[in-house]
Design a protein around this ligand. Structure first.
Ligand code: GLY
Length: 580
């Protein structure tokens, strides 16, 4: 028991219906039943078509999936500035052709001067926007260290070769497509507040539009420094110094020591078996792998395939499993360097059995009855890309600078560095019981401490069958990432969809609180909705940007020949899958 039970009344004060309205402005194009992109050798899929092309070119030139992933990471930092980054952090799940799986943790860390109550006022209330906007929201970035660690350990090409396409795209610019500018329009009020941001992203006071060319000379210069001098210039040299100077001038906490002491870490993945497939995913400081596995373990005893995709029964069991698993997510997990994560329990078949015993076979169990302290729970923005090479190496990367409604992190660029800084500090628990950007109501295991990494939902995932690569998947979407990735896997494994159908299907989400099923239009048929409402569910149908862009790949055979199928999520209108 951790004494959270008495706080339940407070938790239930959070809005119980729709998520923050900012998320709802996004209306994706409808599902079109398009086939996946097919190739014989390799595939690169990302939410920005130029970055996918960069990855495919590296594969064609003989680079492996890790080389391509590094090149895409830097290319997205230029072509997808709302989330692609060098000012944020991320997680990479890597499957090597020899069958070994590994994980690179380059999640940001809290500055050394950070403290548990830094976003509260004198009365103990959360100061609105304090953890979201400006330098005080910035955690120490990890992307440059993470990409370098991947390259050094598992890549084959030089950093300079892999960064060259990104530098060219930044220096020469590229023509923006409608999908590239959707998030610009949503953020122009923030761009206006910062003259150095406005100089890059506004033209005559208006956000750049489709057809305009985005040129980023400052970013090109920064990338050239990293290309030539390596991560030291970012963490110990000139780039760190410029970020720290801007942060100090604007009330931030970052110091040279914060940058110099930043490290990426290689760690074991979190794994579980689901109907003969092995799900290989992100460990803490992400909740992604543990919670996908917990939900999958619970569902493995139900005949999800026979129940049918999004039938009243299959939705009922999925939502109940999600409800229970998010309690464990929100209260049990945090940075493993600071808290002990009860993974043995969360991943155990016995825990799944105990949860199933609590699930009413026909009725919704209100979230007020599912809580920490009660058995069995005793105790936008982001982007994802996937790469597979001809040898069967695979990289699944989700990285982020977070955002306020649709990316661009803390909405600040330090001086002439040219890159947005993250606001990942908002992923911590600012106050136990107070919802964060994603409406997540979290506990003390994720409280702010100096040098700690905030708990993430990012779920870069690989699925294998008999030790061989089968699927690569992942998504942005904050707390919705876990359920997005889970549904994509269920759609392929249980409902036998091809990878394009699997990622394009309308989705649904439940995260314990708010106690509501958030469903994309078309995800729940009217007659199913009636059945679910009669069973006690509240349903909010909305286009919601948190239903993220799952950029996925499936590998299989046809007539004895290897085939790689790639799927750019229909919601990512600037993205593409490029095979060769
Ligand atoms: N910033 C979203 C996440 O890491 O879950």
């Amino acid at each position: 028991m951790r004494g959270f039970g008495s706080l339940l009344g407070l938790f239930l004060l959070v809005p119980t219906l729709a998520f923050a309205q900012e998320w709802a402005h996004f209306a994706p194009p409808p599902m079109k039943n398009e086939p996946p992109v097919e190739a014989a050798n390799g595939m690169a899929v990302s939410a920005q078509h130029l970055a996918s092309e960069v990855g495919a070119q590296i594969l064609k030139q003989g680079g492996n999936a890790i080389d391509a992933a590094v090149a895409i990471g830097y290319a997205l930092a230029v072509t997808y500035p709302s989330a692609g980054n060098i000012g944020g952090g991320g997680l990479a799940t890597i499957h090597l052709a020899n069958g070994r799986d590994t994980f690179i943790n380059f999640r940001e860390k809290a500055p050394l001067a950070a403290s548990a109550n830094m976003y509260l006022d004198a009365k103990g209330n959360v100061v609105p926007m304090a953890s979201l906007y400006g330098y005080k929201a910035v955690a120490v970035p990890g992307t440059v260290a993470g990409l370098e660690m991947m390259l050094t350990k598992y890549g084959t090409m030089t950093r300079a070769r892999l960064m060259a396409p990104a530098i060219r795209l930044a220096e020469e610019g590229f023509v923006l497509m409608p999908g590239d500018v959707a998030f610009f329009k949503a953020n122009d009020e923030y761009f206006r507040k910062e003259p150095n941001v406005a100089a890059i992203f506004l033209k005559s006071g208006k956000p750049l539009a489709a057809g305009d060319r985005l040129v980023q000379k400052d970013l090109a210069a920064t990338l050239k420094q990293i290309s030539a001098k390596g991560p030291d210039v970012f963490y110990k040299g000139d780039i760190a110094a410029r970020v720290v100077a801007a942060s100090k001038a604007r009330g931030g906490l970052l110091t040279m020591k914060d940058f110099a002491s930043y490290t990426a870490e290689e760690m074991p993945t979190v794994n579980c078996d689901y109907r003969g497939y092995r799900i290989v995913s992100a460990p803490p400081p992400s909740s992604g792998g543990p919670i996908i596995c917990e939900i999958a373990n619970i569902l493995s005893a139900y005949p999800m395939d026979r129940m049918g995709h999004h039938s009243a029964k299959s939705i009922h069991f999925m939502v109940e499993a999600m409800r229970h698993a998010y309690v464990d997510r929100n209260f049990g997990l945090g940075d493993p360097n600071f808290v002990k994560n009860p993974l043995d329990k969360i991943l155990s078949p016995a825990h799944a059995t105990a949860i199933r015993a609590k699930i009413d076979p026909v009725k919704a169990t209100p979230s007020s009855g599912v809580k920490p302290g009660v058995p069995p729970h005793e105790d936008a923005q982001t982007t994802h890309y996937s790469v597979v090479d001809k040898d069967g190496n695979a990289v699944s990367i989700t990285y982020t600078i977070n955002g306020i409604s649709s990316g661009f992190g803390a909405q600040v660029i330090a001086g002439n560095t040219g890159f947005f800084l993250n606001n990942e500090m908002d992923d911590f628990t600012s106050k136990v019981g107070a919802p964060n950007l994603y409406g997540l109501v979290q506990g003390a295991s994720n409280s702010i401490q100096p040098g700690k990494r905030p708990l993430s939902s990012m779920s870069p995932t690989v699925v294998t069958k008999d030790g061989k690569l089968f699927m690569v998947t992942g998504s942005p979407g904050g707390s919705f990432i876990i359920t997005t990735v889970l549904e994509s896997i269920l759609n392929v494994v249980d409902h036998k969809m091809n990878v394009k159908q699997a990622v394009d299907m309308p989705r649904l989400h439940h995260q314990w609180l708010p106690d509501v099923i958030t469903a994309e239009p078309g995800a729940i048929k009217p007659e199913v909705k009636e059945e679910l409402e009669a069973a006690g569910y509240k349903i909010s149908e909305e286009n919601n940007l948190l239903f993220g862009f799952d950029e996925a790949i499936v590998v299989g055979t046809r007539n004895g020949k290897r085939v790689v199928w790639g799927a750019n999520d229909r919601r990512a209108t600037a993205g593409s899958a490029v095979g060769y």
